[in-house]
Write a protein that binds this ligand. Sequence first.
Ligand code: FAD
Length: 553
Amino acid sequence: MAEKRKVIIVGGVAGGASAAARLRRQDEQAEITMYERGEFVSFANCGLPYYVGEVIATQDKLLLANPKLFKDRFNIAVKTRHEVVAVDRAAKTVRVRDLSSGQEFSDAYTHLILSPGALAIRPPLPGIDLPGIFVVRSIPDSEAIRGWIGAHQAGRAVVIGGGFIGLEMAENLQHRGLDVTIVEMLNQVMPPVDPEMAQYVAQHLTDHGIKLALGDGVAGMQTNSAGGLLVTTQGGKAYPADLVILAIGVRPDTALAKAAGLELGQRGGIKVNAHMQTSDPAVYAVGDAVEVFDTILKQWTLLALAGPANRQGRVAADHICGRAASFRGVQGTAICGVFDLAIASTGASEKALQRAQVTDYQVIYLHPNHHVGYYPGAEPIRLKLIFRPSDGRILGAQAVGKADVARKIDVIAMAMQKDGTVYDLEEAELCYAPQYGGAKDAINMAGMIAANHQRHEHPLAAWSELKAPGVLLDVREPSEFTQGHIAGAVLIPLGQLRQRTGELPHDQVIRVYCAAGQRGYYAARMLNQLGFQTQNLSGGYGTYLQLAAAGKL
Ligand code: FAD
């Protein structure tokens, strides 16, 4: 008879709890113990900013399960406030410290799953440990922030870091009535997306009263004369605050794995194979602590997201139970909401491609409505699609808007996971009724623009070629041109173009633009058929303004 499995899980939240529940579904006989050093298991980290903002009113809403439920429903032993402090791989035991009593004991395993998560980065800045400076990782962290706001009647907050947790915290602190400044070292918020797309988010934050201090790193924190805090920056600025949130990212918590002699990867995460096994086949690791393979850039990376952690927990459990389960890697599909705006992305950003020295890529921009314009409530979606001209394969997509952003990116994400091309997006059969989309959905449109470019029916100019020799042709109406145009552009409105082609040269490239790309497309098609060398500037003047504001032109 096969040996009875005795599985120990370290960490009881996203990856750990998923692995535990899946294990039980696969093996009724296994002995499963989950150790969690915190007070809670299976809580919704992703809801913490909204708990601070009191959008989620009570703590119990964050608790998806508790030790009793794990025992009653799954016969899983859950030990909270128990920290696993060492792993003896030769003896196949872990050393556990009961944080309430301080006592330690050993526990044996046949299989061990590490899901210890990540640690908030706390750079050694002067004043980093002052009271009033918080990270947001756990329920106690968010309780402490709520308590501090109440006790100190906090009126001003500085959020350090403009990534998704920083933005969510900014929104929620403002919801609590605080005046919020985000200090971010980069020149953009939302580092995973490209700066011209982040520009929409920055504008939206500013419109909602959040102050942005971009391109400036924090130098330190000190107490000011009034008893509050003062955040000083490398650029010489000082921001008074009653509360500071540190949201500058996380690093994998690998202390236990490292001490146990498990192999770490180049990015500092625990190295695992596709079955989530570490360098010791009896020890699995999942979640924020591990390195994952980026299927687009073909390199190992770190990705602290709940979806991969959950799926990896499931893969580890299945593999322990004898299934040939594999984790297929990541492409970084993510979404963040700020006020009523969503920003989502999947795959590689343009800057990530450039960092990886990939040159075989083409970018398109489009600004369709999320559903047909004639039905009330249509909201624009700003969409950027990146693909590989050599074979049309989709490499990445980013979208910003107030409605249906998640669906657009999710569909593209799924297409990418099936090695989809722009021709697949062009042909995609998607659901449609006036209040939900378009008979020619934004996703189809993105595919059509890209596929037309691939077939040389609608050549696109790269925005980086804006100042290259040639003619810059604006085909909008004079009133639009007067309101703003690209320097050096010649105006011939689309409606007059057929009659005025004599004004255009045949021996130079004509780069056309309109407001959003569509009239430019019509103009380019007409001129190309008449023998002109014409290219359309994708996304039109709207995209130009974003690129210029992001300093990319
Ligand atoms: P965690 O869920 O962090 O769990 C690790 C647990 O292990 C911790 O509770 C820790 O106490 C415990 N532990 C560590 N070491 C030991 C030890 N030695 N002994 C015992 N216990 C130990 N992701 C999204 O996809 N979308 C979102 O909207 C989103 N929002 C987020 C908002 C916030 C504020 C935070 C903090 C995270 C958010 N995430 C989001 C990220 C997501 O929560 C994580 O990627 C996910 O929880 C990782 O799962 P994990 O199991 O690796 O680690």
